[in-house]
Design a protein around this ligand. Structure first.
Ligand code: AP5
Length: 193
């Protein structure tokens, strides 16, 4: 991927901070390929495979799936899109410092990290609202608490390592305002489609 010099942006933030919502807006303007590791894992679960059954247990506990599994799915997806992509938006990755290191070693360097910062209450309220329609097995209070705990354990060390490339945006504003801040930063590394 380094040979093609496609821009790569990681989107970080706690559960319900608005990562997916922001990615949809970025895709509309910049034509990036959006890859959510949560979606990749849910796709695997939906195949009904043995591996999928193991994954759903981990996700219901709000814990992290082994990096080797996530990396394998990510690499496959990125390879399949390389020919047509204008850049990659990697949503919900890395979840721990080591995942970032492995990505840069195996796939290529990250250009920018957009970190959506929010207090827990806001994230919980959004997820409980989404739970009314999402059908996600991890959108319930018990699992949400565990997802938040996992996030708080691992996020700061990631931001510390990548602070020179990280842009922190308050997630506690309208989705449009979040996008507007993201745009200002993205415009410094890419041109809109
Ligand atoms: P994943 O699917 O990535 O879940 P998550 O990180 O918990 O984030 P969500 O998808 O729930 O929320 P979001 O931040 O995208 O917010 P959204 O835009 O949807 O991961 C699930 C699980 O998979 C993990 O717990 C883990 O087990 C595993 N996993 C995933 N990646 C992994 C990895 N790399 N390594 C290991 N394990 C991994 O918005 C949420 C709601 O809020 C929506 O209803 C939306 O409409 C609303 N909303 C969004 N923005 C705003 C706003 N600005 N104002 C008001 N409402 C808003």
């Amino acid at each position: 991927m380094s040979d093609k010099k496609l821009p790569t942006v990681w989107i970080l933030g706690g559960p319900g901070s608005g990562k997916g919502t922001l990615c949809d807006k970025i895709v509309s303007k910049y034509g990036f390929t959006h890859i959510s590791t949560g979606d990749l894992l849910r796709d695997e679960v939906n195949t009904g495979s043995e591996r999928g059954q193991e994954l759903v247990k981990i996700m219901k506990e709000g814990a992290l799936v082994p990096t080797s599994v996530v990396m394998e799915l990510l690499k496959e997806k990125i390879s399949s899109k390389l020919g047509s992509s204008k850049g990659f938006l990697i949503d919900g990755y890395p979840r721990e410092k080591q995942q970032g290191e492995e990505f840069e070693k195996a796939i290529g360097p990250v250009d920018m990290i957009l970190y959506l910062e929010s207090d827990d209450d806001t994230m919980v309220q959004r997820l409980l609202k989404r739970a009314e329609t999402s059908g996600r097995s991890d959108d319930n209070m018990e699992t949400i608490k565990k997802r938040l705990a996992t996030f708080h354990t691992h996020n700061d060390p990631i931001i510390e390592v990548y602070k020179s490339k990280t842009v922190t945006i308050s997630a506690q504003q309208t989705a449009e305002a979040v996008f507007s801040e993201a745009e200002k930063s993205l415009d410094t590394i890419v041109v809109a489609v």
